[in-house]
Write a protein that binds this ligand. Sequence first.
Ligand code: FES
Length: 120
Amino acid sequence: MNDTSKPGNDRSDRYYQRHIFFCLNERKNGEACCTQHSAQSAFDRCKGQVKAAGLSGPGMVRVNKAGCLDRCAGGPVAVVYPEAVWYTYVDEQDIDEIVESHLKNGKVVQRLLLPAGVGR
Ligand code: FES
């Protein structure tokens, strides 16, 4: 049950309902990084789909770039807050499903969840 007596726990007072952060870290030393796995195009796709769905802006969804989120072994990765749900994705269909299911309707996309133990 949500405790709405504490600041920040009442969803109506949040500036954005949800944030999705995409790791766009790039390493030039050959180590694994999310940009090796089309993270930039996934970020662009997500921004476009969120806008096209009318979900962008205050009170709704914000799509943000992030540096390394320290879960590189599962890359490319993105995380949705406030639920703190971590995703790994492959293609545009995966991004579209995250937008439609989670960002629009609040339903986690189970098949794209990043396994709990994956780190750097
Ligand atoms: S490079 Fe993307 S999580 Fe580290």
